[in-house]
Design a protein around this ligand. Structure first.
Ligand SMILES: Cc1cc2nc3c(=O)[nH]c(=O)nc-3n(C[C@H](O)[C@H](O)[C@H](O)COP(=O)(O)O)c2cc1C
Length: 165
């Protein structure tokens, strides 16, 4: 199975750390959304999509990518880093709804803590300082492995394989 992790990480490179840990744990390609746009996306069966959370949703360039994805994969999984990761289910709503509307399956989702110094938070050194930490990276690696394993037995992939001549 060809797997890629496509990410945007601009605030403190928090999401890039998570993306790299995921990619290394499952032997996936790890690339930025700008790079993925150039490639068109036809090269992958399973794609993890992630960014920091900005004003309540994934980064707009990732949302735009999902909107315009010309060759979406058989399935995706979503991830993010955020100052308030316990609200990940809420922060993922925009990206989730774009993929759902386009009937691109989502196998699973995860949101991790990310150092956040937005606005006045910088005067106190931010929140989630030091995150993601090594434990978060281990959790992200194990999450990616479990999604990858789920992909192996998912009827979505079995169906996709059976249509290949
Ligand atoms: C302009 C801005 C807006 C943000 N909005 C949110 C938000 O709505 N909810 C949240 O939990 N974190 C928010 N954050 C925190 C980021 O999601 C967090 O720092 C994330 O880890 C950044 O990822 P990155 O370093 O990979 O870009 C915001 C940060 C910035 C700079």
């Amino acid at each position: 199975m060809r797997v890629a992790i496509i990410h945007v990480s601009i605030h403190h490179h928090n999401t890039a750390k998570i993306a790299e840990a995921m990619a290394a744990s499952i032997g996936a390609e790890c690339l930025t959304v700008a790079h993925a746009m150039e490639r068109g996306g036809e090269d992958w069966d399973l794609v993890g999509l992630g960014s920091g959370i900005f004003f309540g949703s994934h980064h707009r360039s990732l949302l735009k990518f999902a909107e315009r994805w010309q060759h979406p994969p058989t399935a995706t999984f979503l991830f993010s880093t955020a100052g308030l990761p316990s609200l990940g289910w809420l922060w993922h709503r925009s990206l989730r709804s774009i993929l759902t509307r386009r009937q691109i399956p989502i196998l699973d989702e995860a949101c991790y803590p990310g150092w956040d110094t937005v606005g006045p938070l910088r005067w106190i050194g931010g929140i989630q300082r030091g995150r993601p930490n090594s434990q978060d990276l281990l959790r992200a690696a194990s999450f990616a492995q479990s999604v990858r394993r789920a992909g192996d037995v998912s009827p979505l992939f079995l169906a996709a394989r059976s249509t290949v001549p």
